[in-house]
Design a protein around this ligand. Structure first.
Ligand SMILES: *Cc1c(COP(=O)(O)O)cnc(C)c1O
Length: 366
């Protein structure tokens, strides 16, 4: 049996929840989306949650609500999925990068210049960026968290998504992410104005104006069809009930990897500092000869992955602003990275198989 690096966990109760919506009146965005938004807001401890059709759409909405545009330089991590940088470009702003910190593999907030218009802070692999202790010269006007990896993770200030030190926090519900709706995303915020801007942007820029007639609406700004469906939201509500269990499973698997791999020539991902809970969306390790390790895992039916080809390596990002010497921490790590399988239903025997294969591969390194 092939072992993927990530995979959804779907039970009968998830299926029943979706079927129930299919038998009802609402398929697209309706009361179930609202219930899902309320459930996420309550879980993370934010005032507002606005659902989107994907994590990427959520990031686009957040970049729009941030008011970023032409002439604005917005920073993100070089070690992330391309959507973290693309969302900056979508609104006409300029994406820029700062290197990652070797001790967290997250972007180094202290390197963000004082004139930055904003930051998209990525909680890489599920380890929250320490936004309470950023070390920056000046807080950028808008701080957005890309928490696609980090629903269920925690900081000393509470769950990721409570926006204790940010303006908005974006989640993804792609099948490999902490919970899934097939495709889906969410933005949480404590700012009513931002929540309103997000809702309008998600649905064509339409504002209803019942005072001018119950039928009347006006398009007041840029907007798209970025709505989540009630079908997807039903799955999301059902999945959210299991999130804490999923995170426990991911942490147990990470614990096994750490115990068994610590004596091998393998660099393990940074641990959560005290007071933090790691989400372990990924378990990336750094090895000496990545090509060989990757091939040997593949030969044993283990579909590892590399997260990520750095942002500045993509042709479309050729013009990304690179301060000074580039991103040596990111580039050095990238050349050795490989993500091992980690997902709630991964069996103990499968974890052992991955460990055995990796041991064989790195110990025959010579
Ligand atoms: C998955 C992911 C996204 C995009 O989410 P989608 O739901 O796939 O659009 C954005 N940022 C990061 C870091 C991700 O891993």
């Amino acid at each position: 049996m092939t072992i993927p690096y990530g995979r959804q966990s779907i039970d009968e109760d998830d299926i029943a929840a979706v079927v129930e919506v299919l038998r009802g009146d609402w398929l697209t965005q309706g009361p179930t989306v609202e219930r899902f938004e309320d459930a996420i807001a309550e879980y993370v401890g934010a005032k507002y949650a606005v659902a989107f059709s994907s994590g990427t759409a959520a990031l686009h909405g957040a970049a729009f609500a941030a008011g970023w545009g032409s002439g604005d330089v917005v920073y993100t991590s070089p070690l992330t999925f391309i959507a973290s940088a693309n969302c900056i470009r979508y609104v006409g702003a300029t994406p820029a990068l700062v290197d990652i910190r070797p001790d967290t593999w997250n972007l180094d907030l202290a390197q963000i210049p004082a004139d930055a218009a904003g930051v998209v802070a990525v909680h890489y692999a599920g380890l929250p960026v320490d936004l309470a202790n950023p070390g920056w010269e000046k807080r950028p006007p808008v701080v957005i968290e890309d928490a696609a990896h980090a629903l269920g993770a925690r900081t000393p200030d509470g769950p990721v998504g409570n926006c204790a030190h940010s303006d908005m926090c974006c989640f993804s519900f792609h099948p490999v992410k902490p919970i899934t709706t097939g495709e889906g995303g969410m933005v949480t915020t404590n700012d009513e104005g931002l929540a309103e801007a997000l809702r309008t942007f998600r649905s064509h820029g339409i504002v209803r104006m019942p005072e001018k007639g119950r039928w009347f609406y006006q398009v007041q700004g840029e907007g798209y069809n970025y709505r989540l469906t009630d079908i997807q939201a039903a799955l999301g509500i059902s999945q959210l009930r299991k999130l804490d269990g999923f995170i426990d499973s991911r942490n147990e698997i990470a614990c096994s990897y750490r115990r068994e791999l610590s004596r091998l020539p393998v660099a393990l991902p940074p641990e959560a500092p005290s007071g933090f809970l790691h989400g372990y969306h990924l378990f990336p390790v750094a090895v000496g000869s990545r090509g060989k390790v990757f091939a040997q895992l593949a030969n044993s039916g283990i579909r590892a992955q590399v997260h990520y080809v750095p942002v500045h390596h993509h042709r479309f990002m050729n013009d990304v602003l690179c301060e000074g010497v580039g991103f040596p921490n990111c580039d050095d790590l990238y050349s050795r990275l490989v993500s091992l399988p980690v997902f709630p239903d991964l069996l103990g025997v499968e974890v052992k198989r991955v460990i055995g294969c990796l041991r064989e591969s790195v110990c025959s390194d010579g």
